[in-house]
Design a protein around this ligand. Structure first.
Ligand SMILES: Cc1cc2nc3c(=O)[nH]c(=O)nc-3n(C[C@H](O)[C@H](O)[C@H](O)COP(=O)(O)OP(=O)(O)OC[C@H]3O[C@@H](n4cnc5c(N)ncnc54)[C@H](O)[C@@H]3O)c2cc1C
Ligand code: SF4
Length: 808
């Protein structure tokens, strides 16, 4: 038996983890792999941190290799352990109680943010922006603050500023020493265009401004500049550049200059030690973007596994496409490095904030920047990356129409062309996956990671599938109820029933492809509706709203809406609500569009006490369930009313309260065709007609989508209306996709089908529907009673937690 060599990697970031993936892909048996990462996580996509900060992505969504991946691939990961010493003689690394020998060592320690040596950088409220923890800390601290200052007007500074702007601050100011923003990627004219565009978005930019001091005693209060002027600040984010993380390498005597010096095979001055990523310097260059490190790890993996022992890395040409504060930007080479003999080709369209500039040196494209409109970007990228001669008529660099060379088509692109910039996936890799049968965008993503970052290359992936395989196949996962269980809803329901699966974890274990956060809530809702009392409630399968039975608001407080059947209240209840609002200092009391009273701005730990003081049931204003039944005053008071809409509304709400569905459900009842309750834009609407009948209609909406209901039937009595509506609700509950509102469900299934099932008993399910209604009513418990018996310790404590996913 041969013992495998020990490959130890320090740094579990973009480069370290990618190297291990590349090595395993080439030869998974060659090494025993051990990794150290001082962040306590698996590997995540650092370039998507801006999305986490601005709230468009949940932290869970940016993980490339969750912790389970390491286990599945037999990689030992010491997560949260910092390597503090390397003994090159003994070939051992040391990290917080771990002593790890190695045969081959790879340093992938990345960079650390540069913090300028000005007073005040250690005050509370001063942050850097590099890690997931930084993101969370900034987002937490920004809550309720007014003024933010970002020091550094480069790419990351602007991303941080954009993120901060989503946190409802009164002002966000970016401070930049250079005369314009993004001075590495843009020239002065481009910087000016960018400056104007972002100022329109409400951001202040102070260029040619250097920071002298961050002011404050314990907490930051302002920023003082070299000219003596100041701006107020409650939060400061420093993004003034990065410095390669080389302390460890220096201490153990490896050759370092600006970064760890490596040769063309990524070897350091010690033949057993290699380096990749932002911590290395290759042929004098240190890179700060991901594209070069994909090239470096590929070469190193081939060298280490012996797959291509002679392979060399000769350096990378830096070209990148970005979106900065919503402004499209492409940058190639260094636009500022001009020689006297260079030709400059420029085009600008100020009204559209478009600016293009190309530098031609010796007949080739040496640098370019495009802002506002990336039309010619792909052509330019090709010219730049391949060192191809630019067209004789320089105009054609930007405008190829009418010239011999048309726009580069997908088919013309070389295999080496990078399609997915976030994950460094080339056209060749994607085409190989397509040829191996991956003919849907998600399956290509699963096989190669293309399209799984910011998603902007999904169109190109689709185009490649069409070009290689003829057509994009229908994606079977589109029909799955949740992503982690490969079954449509009827099959899933049948399996769950047959196997008696009563908890989310049982479903994952028996039917799923693994535990998946995005699938939990849909499954929990489905199981609850299938099993009622017997459902095994695992609280981590719920979102925060459903764990504390209140709706979380953007500032982290909650809103409390008591049940007000049919929109009717009493003087006593109004007094109670007013007293509670005063007692708990509720900052806003609001009448909602659903005819109820909302107490907004409630602290989590006040929730149970408020519910007790109110003594009213939960209005279920948070979960995917029956929300409100809006009513008009109807025949009881209205001169036009032909029937008692209020009574029917109350009866409906009392009967169906607590019913959970794949999406929220709202009802409306009007006492005559004047329809003051707007019942024709509700999930279920009821209108009293002239002859004393009720017209029941379904599938309406008046939110982001507007749809008029389809008439289902007319019934003579209130009791009949309750029965028909109950049957429809159970049918919708059982057959709608997760998060599919009735306004999508009704047209998808078809009104005729619904009529046959609900009115004609075509599927013989009436008895079942009625039984399910009764069973659900019997299982109803007011969730606010958990105030007396919290399900778990700290359920209603206002602890600082990781931002939890929230659904509307
Ligand atoms: C917010 C943000 C946005 C970005 N956007 C883009 C973009 O749009 N496009 C682009 O191309 N690039 C972007 N970048 C840059 C890109 O993320 C980096 O180039 C890339 O992450 C570098 O990879 P790396 O592995 O060298 O370093 P990192 O990803 O930083 O990984 C290094 C890891 O090593 C760990 N480590 C360091 N020392 C030790 C030790 N002694 N022991 C254990 N572990 C250690 C660190 O904690 C870290 O997790 C962005 C960066 C940031 C921060
Ligand atoms: S819908 Fe008819 S009954 Fe109801 S309030 Fe309007 S006019 Fe009166």
């Amino acid at each position: 038996m041969t013992t495998r060599q020990k490959l130890v990697v320090i740094g579990n970031g973009m480069a370290g983890a990618r190297l291990v993936e590349d090595v395993l892909a080439l030869d998974c048996d060659r090494f025993e792999v051990v990794m150290f990462g001082d962040e306590p996580y698996g590997n995540y996509n650092r370039i998507l941190l801006s999305n986490v900060l601005n709230g468009t992505q949940d932290p869970k969504e940016i993980f490339l290799n969750p912790l389970a991946w390491y286990e599945e691939n037999n990689v030992t990961l010491h997560a949260g352990k910092k390597v503090t010493r390397i003994d090159r003689e003994q070939r051992v690394v040391y990290a917080d109680g771990v002593e790890q020998p190695y045969d081959v060592l790879v340093l992938a320690t990345g960079s650390k943010p540069f913090v300028p040596p000005v007073p005040g950088t250690t005050l509370h409220g001063v942050f850097v922006f590099r890690t997931l923890d930084d993101c969370r800390n900034i987002a937490d601290y920004a809550k309720g603050k007014s003024n933010a200052v970002v020091i550094g007007g480069g790419l990351l500074g602007l991303e941080a500023a954009k993120g901060l702007m989503t946190h409802d601050l009164a002002s966000v100011t970016v401070v930049e020493m250079a005369p314009w923003l993004m001075s590495v990627q843009l020239d002065e004219a481009g910087g000016k265009v960018l400056g104007q565009t972002i100022e329109k978005l409400g951001l202040k930019a102070l260029t040619k401004t250097s920071t002298a001091e961050i002011q404050g005693h314990t907490h930051v209060t302002g920023v003082k500049f070299a000219d003596g002027s100041t701006v107020p600040a409650d939060i400061v984010v420093i993004s003034a550049g990065i410095r390669p993380n080389i302390d460890l390498a220096k201490e153990c005597g490896l050759a370092c200059e600006r970064a760890i010096v490596v040769d063309d095979q990524m070897r350091t001055s010690d033949g057993h030690v290699f380096g990749v990523g932002e911590c290395v310097q290759h042929r004098g260059m240190v890179y700060g973007l991901v594209a070069p490190l994909w090239e470096q790890t590929k070469v190193l993996a081939e060298v280490l596994t012996g797959t291509a022992p002679e392979k060399v890395y000769t350096g990378s040409k830096i070209a990148t496409k970005l979106k900065v504060m919503g402004v499209e930007l492409a940058s190639m080479g260094r636009i500022g490095d001009l020689k006297d003999t260079d030709e400059v080709v420029q085009y600008s369209e100020p009204a559209r904030q478009v600016y293009w500039k190309a530098i031609v040196r010796d007949g080739k494209l040496s640098a370019a920047c495009l802002l506002g409109d990336l039309g010619p970007a792909d052509n330019l990228m090709e010219l730049f990356k391949n060192d191809a001669p630019v067209p004789e008529r320089r105009l054609e660099i930007f405008f190829t129409a009418g010239s011999a060379k048309k726009d580069v088509s997908l088919a013309d692109l070389p295999d080496s062309h990078q399609i997915c910039d976030c994950n460094g996936v080339s056209k060749g890799t994607i085409c190989t996956a397509i040829k191996a049968g991956k003919c849907t965008v998600p399956s290509v993503g699963k096989a190669t990671r293309a399209g799984t970052g910011c998603g902007s290359c999904k169109g190109l992936v689709k185009g490649l599938i069409e070009a290689v395989a003829g057509a994009v196949k229908a994606d079977p996962s589109e029909g799955w109820y949740v992503p982690a269980v490969p079954m449509d809803k009827p099959t899933l329901v049948a399996e769950v029933r047959k196997r008696g699966l009563k908890s989310v974890s049982e479903v994952f274990r028996e039917l799923g492809t693994g535990v998946d956060e995005k699938s939990k809530m849909g499954l929990a809702s489905l199981l609850k509706s299938l099993w009622n009392d017997e459902y095994v409630d695992e609280r981590d399968a719920r979102y925060v709203n459903d764990r504390v039975h209140a709706n979380i608001q953007k500032d982290g407080t909650f809103s409390v809406i008591p049940r007000m059947y049919g929109g009717v209240t009493s003087a006593d209840d109004l007094i109670k609500i007013g007293v509670v609002a005063k007692k708990y200092d509720v900052p806003m009391v609001k009448v909602t569009g659903g005819q109820r009273i909302d107490l907004l701005g409630v602290k989590k730990d006040d929730l149970p006490k408020m519910w007790a003081d109110l003594g009213m049931p939960s209005g279920y204003a948070y979960t995917k369930a029956l929300r409100t039944v809006k009513t008009c005053v109807g025949s009881e008071f209205c001169r036009y009313g032909t029937n008692d809409s209020t009574a029917l509304g109350i009866a409906l709400e009392k009967r169906y309260q607590g019913f959970e569905f794949p999406a929220k459900v709202k009802l409306g009842v009007s006492g005559c065709p004047r329809n003051c309750a707007e019942a024709t834009v509700k999930d279920v609407g009821v209108i009293a007609t002239e002859g004393g009948e009720w017209e029941v209609s379904v599938g309406g909406a008046a939110g982001a989508s507007v749809r008029k209901t389809d008439v289902l039937c007319r019934v003579k009595t209130q009791a009949e209306a309750l029965t028909v509506i109950g049957r429809f609700l159970i049918y919708y509950r059982d057959n709608a996709k997760w998060l599919e509102r009735t306004y999508d469900f009704v047209p998808r299934v078809g009104l005729d089908t619904i009529k046959r099932v609900i009115l004609e008993n075509a599927t013989g399910l009436w008895e079942y529907f009625d039984r399910e209604v009764e069973a659900t009513i019997a299982a109803y418990r007011d969730p606010w009673l958990e105030r007396e018996r919290p399900v778990y310790a700290g359920q209603f404590e206002d602890a600082k937690t990781v931002a939890l996913p929230m659904l509307s």
